[in-house]
Each structure stands twice: as C-alpha cells, then as structure tokens.
Design a protein around this ligand. Structure first.
Ligand SMILES: Cc1ncc(COP(=O)(O)OP(=O)(O)O)c(N)n1
Ligand SMILES: Cc1ncsc1CCOP(=O)(O)O
Ligand SMILES: [Mg+2]
Length: 217
C-alpha cells in the first residue's frame, strides 16, 4: 500500500454516530478528504445480519465514488464477499497469517499491535500497515487497553522505517500532530469525525493540521 493513504484514516460503524445518518457522515468525511475508510460495525447498537451487509455495501459504494479504499474490520468473510480493498484485524481476531492466505496478496492487511514483538509478527504475517494504540484514552472501544502514549510508535518507526504505521485512540485535532511527529504516517480515528456536529468541517480541519506537520518534518 501507499503510506500516504494512512494520513487520515476514518473508522465508523452506525453505532458511532449520534444525531446524523451514518451514510451522510461518511459522505461528508469522504468529501472532506479522508484517505482511507474502515467499516467497523461492532458493539452495542451495531447492525447485524442483512442490515449490516446492506450498510456495508452502501459504505463501499460511497468509498468507490470518492476513490478511497474500503477496509473491513474483523469480518474477513464479509470482506471477501464484498470484494473489499482490505481487512483490519487485531490480536484477538483470526490469525493474520491465515487471513493473508485467505485474502491474497492484492488486498490490504492491517494488524493492531501493542508491542514490538507483535509488530514483528505482523510484518512476518504480511501486514501492509500496523495500527498502534490506544495512544490516548478512548470511549469508542469498550475493551480498549489503557492509553499507551506514543512510545511504541517511536520504537516501531526507528526499528522498521519502511513499515507504514497509523496511530489510534483518542486522537483529535489537538493531539494529531504529536502522533505524526512520533513517527506515524497517519492517524486513525472515530469520534473526532463521527460525533462532530459538522463531519465535513472536522475532516477539513484535521487534514489541514496534518498537512502542516507533514510540511514541517
Ligand atoms: C487502524 C486500526 N488500528 C487498531 C484497531 C483495533 O483493532 P482491534 O484491536 O482488533 O479492535 P476492534 O477494532 O476490532 O475492536 C482498528 N480497528 N483499526
Ligand atoms: C478501534 C480502536 N482501537 C483502539 S482505540 C479504538 C477506538 C478509536 O476511536 P476514537 O478515535 O473515538 O478514540
Ligand atoms: Mg478486531
């Protein structure tokens, strides 16, 4: 994958939006310039069955319209059925080596990691990028680990300079530059866009701030 695609990586499920229609939120984020999208329909109030599949199809069609890769969280079979651009899995999900074998080499594989040992294993499994976090406290994932700051991002960037890295967890317009300066290629976030009153404005502002830090480094 192209590491620039990680710059502003938006994650959303229908359970993450408050007042808005999730499809409207996604289209606003796409119009605003997100560079990657992850479909994460999970947790309390999440859609299941046909409703989940239909919502995923609608999200995929919108991403296609804006030429933004469409990644599916956890559900490898859904990713294959919908011919998604990739899959993101964590340490408690299906084994990354088996997933790489199942999706083939043309699809994007992202793996969540919490230690350098897990990063090394993700590389060996054929991950295209690693997600590192939670960097800061988050309310969007009920079983998230404690906030770990940017140390692992720094260590990973120093150890594996060519590995694409995205930071995740509690990332906002006020702290996103710190995550990039630590060595991440981009930031991955839910609430900073999904619960903003104006998702388009939130996306434009985040992108602007991220472009500033990209120019400095
Ligand atoms: C980009 C990115 N990084 C990390 C995660 C978290 O994945 P995981 O630990 O499997 O937790 P769930 O998201 O499945 O609850 C992610 N989704 N995306
Ligand atoms: C999916 C996930 N994995 C680690 S933290 C997190 C949630 C990120 O959401 P937010 O950007 O709202 O903190
Ligand atoms: Mg997972």
């Amino acid at each position: 994958m192209n590491r620039e695609q990680l710059q502003l990586y938006f994650i959303m499920g229908s359970q993450n939006v408050e007042e808005h229609d999730p499809i409207v939120v996604l289209e606003e984020a796409l119009r605003g310039g997100i560079t990657l999208f992850q479909f994460r329909e999970k947790g309390e109030n999440a859609l299941t069955g046909e409703d989940k599949i239909n919502f995923a199809k609608a999200c995929k069609a919108l991403c296609k319209k804006y030429n933004v890769p469409f990644i599916i969280n956890d559900d490898v079979n859904l990713a294959i059925a919908l011919d998604a651009d990739g899959v993101h899995v964590g340490q408690d999900d299906a084994n990354a080596i088996a997933i790489r074998e199942k999706i083939g080499l043309d699809k994007i594989l992202g793996v969540s990691t919490h230690s350098l040992t897990e990063v090394t294993a993700a590389i060996n499994a054929g991950a295209d990028y690693v997600g590192i976090g939670p960097v800061y406290a988050t309310t969007s994932k009920s079983d998230a680990n404690s906030p770990a700051g940017t140390i692992l991002i720094e260590q990973t960037a120093a150890t594996y300079p060519s590995l694409p890295i995205v930071g995740i967890g509690g990332i906002t317009i006020d702290n996103c530059q710190t995550v990039i300066r630590a060595g991440a290629d981009g930031v991955s976030l839910i609430s900073a866009i999904a619960t903003h009153e104006e998702p388009f404005v939130a996306t434009r502002q985040l992108l602007h701030v991220l472009q500033q830090v990209a120019k400095i480094s």
